[in-house]
Design a protein around this ligand. Sequence first.
Ligand code: GDP
Ligand code: MN
Length: 358
Amino acid sequence: ETWEPPEPLHRVKGDNYAPNNPNSDRINATLLSLVRNKEAKDLVMSMQDLERTWNHKFNYPWTFINDEPFTQEFKDITRANTKANITYLTIPKEHWEVPSWINLDLMHESANILEEQSVQYAHMTSYHQMCRWNSGLFYKHPALQETQYYWRVEPNVHFFCDVDYDVFRYMQDHNKTYGFTISLYDSPDTVKTLWPETLKFLAAGNSHLMSQNNAMDWLVDKSARPEHNTKANGYSTCHFWSNFEIADMNFFRSPAYEAYFEHLDRAGGFFYERWGDAPVHSIALGLFEDKNKIHWFKDIGYQHIPFFNCPNSPKCHGCITGRLTDGEAFLNKEDCRPNWFKYVGNEWDIGKSSAVAG
Ligand code: GDP
Ligand code: MN
């Protein structure tokens, strides 16, 4: 088996990735984390794993973002855990607050209904704000305007495998827009009107925005989970799990995505339902991007409770090969990667057969 994707892979040679080398081989990219002050310790766990397995070699800068100013304590503890540059940002108020067109009474009534359906975080307005911000606002922060690629990192995630090439350059050199590790079915009750709104958007003179090589058939697939597709009104609910993303912000800055987000934002489902940034990103990628520009980072061992991506590679330590979850057994059925491979193919299978042949 192969443990790395195909060449070209950009590696450390001499001081080409030294933290303060002004002519380093780093491209325009940052490790990006939306995080609260009280999550500092959990964030440090994620930082330590990512620094150990990858970033101590490449020294990409970290960017921390918060809806409140970061405390000195937060700055000190994060500063102590990397040699790379760090930027601390506060979100502009107008990017975070509940938009003026949202009816607060309707929002609270809707949360009651969601709660009856056992939707997590139904009444937590900040969670809805976070999902909206991650859907359509993060890349609009004034301090990120010159930044192209990001790797999203959450508090309390884990990385298990040594990665010995520059993943940002991989994205650029191989013409990739979006990289994921895990994809899952979503709770249909959180996105009941997301697909109908999407179809409305396309029907309102926007269908020309779709990619010639889109993944529509993946979005509407109902073979594995017909009941999800039915409850979500035509969307399979399969999505890239967005607590991990390595992606090109220019996709989100494109006129197609901009128009799509604007439509969804006006429709109000970030607050009247609980649309997640994961299904929103995934639907947009499936419609507006060439499906071959989406990459599965099989080689990046990753955990966000309760799911893992754990490759069978000698480069990985501390996770059990092939295991998706250490939670309840029923969670194994949440994996929808096979669905993606069915429609788009699995680049790693090609790697495997050529490795066998060669
Ligand atoms: P879950 O993984 O869906 O359970 O959601 P999380 O609680 O992990 O939130 C997702 C990400 O958004 C994490 O990086 C959190 O630190 C961050 N986050 C969530 N809510 C807030 C908030 O109100 N303020 C800030 N600054 N970050 C938040
Ligand atoms: Mn999380």
